[in-house]
Design a protein around this ligand. Structure first.
Ligand SMILES: NC(=O)c1ccc[n+]([C@@H]2O[C@H](COP(=O)([O-])OP(=O)(O)OC[C@H]3O[C@@H](n4cnc5c(N)ncnc54)[C@H](OP(=O)(O)O)[C@@H]3O)[C@@H](O)[C@H]2O)c1
Length: 349
């Protein structure tokens, strides 16, 4: 465990240097890891763990796209691929990676498969924190742990394959065996985390719901739309508006932020850009601060999870979602995006 100074606050992190893969293998040597759900996180975590030499089985409902995908990825029905109830019974470390709404629906089935001393693992605090909405209340005789990768399941896999990693938070909600922390850290290392930082189920879900509704996705999509619309309404062409709003960000500037921070990115812009950005950043900050306050309140009150469960539990959820995504895809802005991406040298025929 390392103590790291994060801008003046010392926090503990666990890297794969201190908690090695060998140690993780030792801690989990007698465990059967059951990955329940083969959607986005399921494949990333399952394949990384399998490649790292852990005993992994998948639990997935039969007949759908995900079942087929698990087969294509080498999980064999009856050997390493099972219906959810069977996998939950066979596993000792059960990674509950159904969609959050799916977890609520399948909880009675999964609960019935839990044995004393098992570890129930989540990648989100949702199910455990909002129990009034989810009714996910684990029995006392198991460990309840969390490893939440800070990225899409796709990146969990892609980063593993390219030799990097993804940061994850970890937490222990219930320690029945006395091994809960070691099990959580081992699983975190096994799925390919670069480093792990401690959290609680509550802190994880509050920050995660805020982040994805905010800067990571919702706010990003909203401000991009607003800037594009402003440029278009003032007579700029679609390609100019898109390049100034999205393409320059994703292809150039955000990479500099990733490399060395905001000051570094600004240092590598023109002095004209720097001046304007430094002047306007506080205005944007002050304008959106009240929206972030509303958002955080909506998260902690449970309104966000309630809406998520209501919407995502409907049988036509996927079709309805697709309609909303298609509306984005078919908007002028994102059609322009498709044309701009096709023009990137690496994408040209
Ligand atoms: N997406 C991410 O990158 C990400 C990042 C960090 C944490 N997490 C957390 O990881 C967990 C898994 O998320 P995810 O995004 O990977 O989920 P997802 O892609 O939405 O997972 C869908 C999986 O759940 C199954 N499923 C959904 N509803 C079901 C039901 N009613 N009965 C049985 N199976 C059902 C699906 O099977 P079918 O294909 O048959 O429908 C599929 O295997 C969640 O707790 C999430 O918050 C996700």
């Amino acid at each position: 465990m390392a103590q790291i100074d994060f801008g003046g606050t010392t926090e503990e992190v666990i890297t794969s240097q201190e908690f090695t893969l060998e140690k993780a293998r030792d801690v989990l040597k007698n465990e059967t890891i059951a990955i329940l759900g083969y959607g986005v996180q399921g494949p990333g975590q399952a394949l990384n763990m399998r490649d790292n030499g852990f005993r992994v089985i998948v639990g997935q409902r039969e007949g759908g796209r995900s079942w087929e995908r698990a087969r294509e990825d080498g999980f064999v029905p009856g050997e390493t691929l099972f219906p959810i109830d069977e996998a939950a019974r066979k596993g000792t470390l059960i990674q509950f990676l159904l969609s959050d709404a799916g977890q609520v629906e399948m909880w009675p089935v999964v609960k019935a498969g839990l044995n004393q001393g098992d570890a129930l693992y989540f990648s989100h605090g949702f199910g455990i924190v909002y129990t009034d909405q989810t009714s996910i209340i684990p029995p006392d005789n198991i460990d309840v742990i969390l490893v939440a990768p800070k990225g899409s399941g796709r990146s969990v896999r892609m980063n593993f394959l390219d030799g990097s990693g993804i940061n994850s938070s970890f937490a222990v909600h219930q320690d029945f065996t006395g091994r809960a922390r070691d099990r959580a850290l081992s699983a975190g290392i096994a799925i390919g985390s670069g480093y792990l930082f401690p959290t609680t189920f509550e802190k994880e879900v509050f920050s995660d719901l805020t982040g994805e509704r905010g800067v990571l996705i919702g706010c990003l999509a909203g401000v991009m739309e607003a800037q594009y619309a402003t440029l278009r309404k003032n007579g700029h062409s679609p390609s100019e508006a898109f390049n100034e709003t999205v393409e320059e960000l994703t292809q150039s500037l955000i990479r500099l932020v990733a490399e060395n921070g905001m000051d570094w990115m600004m240092a590598n812009c023109s002095t004209t850009a720097q001046r304007g950005a430094l002047d306007w950043a506080p205005k944007f900050r002050d304008a959106v601060l009240p929206v972030f306050d509303d958002l955080y309140e909506s998260v902690i009150s449970g309104a966000e999870t309630q809406r998520t469960l209501e919407k995502n539990s409907q049988p036509d959820y996927r079709e309805k979602l697709q309609e909303e995504l298609d509306a984005i895809k078919n908007s002028e802005m994102w059609k322009t995006g498709a044309a701009v991406r096709a023009l990137r040298p690496e994408n040209r025929q």
